[in-house]
Design a protein around this ligand. Structure first.
Ligand code: CA
Length: 222
């Protein structure tokens, strides 16, 4: 799950980014409205955390621009200003959720996971595919009822496939959702992670769709 974090307060931005990364989120940070606007228009994110008071372009304007250009990522607005007009302006601009500073980072994590889950069409936090169970709220996987241990990269790939189970996820999209923009990505790194996941889950769980990408499936071929 890749998140765009828009926060001009260096200290707070660093703390939020560290906390999100500890929960396996991929985080890219924008420190002003101009960079945020550009990132949201040109890159793929599962969600954005957006401060309102920003240098260059304010958060509400950034959000309005994204929405006017059909950028539909879930957006959680974060601000010190808890005034009613700010909240109304944010929701009118297309915000999905709101959190007022100071807040508990655990709450931010829970809200983000819920936003990403709902945006991929899952009303319940329990997502199942064959023998695999994902608690999208806690971020935990079980295989045949037993906890599944995953590395951070394996978790990112599997959660992305799981939320889109029985659908093909393009290889390029998977790479964008699994790595931040500064990551050095080897040409076969996704294949290596998929191979490791197949060892843990059983080879038939993840289908390779030639020329396109991968699909998590419960349909075991006969
Ligand atoms: Ca600010």
């Amino acid at each position: 799950m890749r998140v765009l974090l828009v926060e001009d307060d260096d200290d707070l931005g660093t703390r939020i980014a560290a906390a999100l990364r500890a929960e396996h989120f991929v985080v890219d940070v924008a420190r002003n409205g101009e960079d945020a606007l550009h990132a949201g228009m040109t890159e793929l994110f599962d969600a954005a955390v957006l401060d309102l008071g920003l240098p260059k372009i304010d958060g509400v304007t950034v959000l309005k621009n994204w929405r006017e250009n059909a950028r539909n990522l879930p957006v959680l607005v974060l601000t010190a200003r808890d005034g009613w007009p700010d909240k109304v302006a944010s929701f009118k601009a297309g915000a999905d959720d709101f959190l007022t500073k100071p807040f508990k980072i655990e709450e931010l994590v829970l809200r983000l996971r819920a936003l990403v889950r709902r945006s991929t069409g899952h009303a319940s936090s329990q997502v199942a595919c064959g023998p695999l169970q994902f608690d999208a709220q806690l971020g935990t996987f079980e295989l045949n009822g037993l906890p599944l241990r995953l590395t951070a990269l394996e978790w990112r790939v599997l959660s992305c496939l799981m939320l889109r189970a029985e659908n093909v996820v393009d290889r390029g999209e998977l790479i964008e959702r699994v790595y931040d923009r500064n990551a050095e990505v080897d040409s076969n790194s996704i294949e290596v992670i998929i191979a490791r996941l197949r060892k843990k889950l059983g080879a038939q769980c993840i289908e390779t769709v030639r020329g396109r990408g991968y699909m998590l499936t419960s349909q075991v071929p006969t």
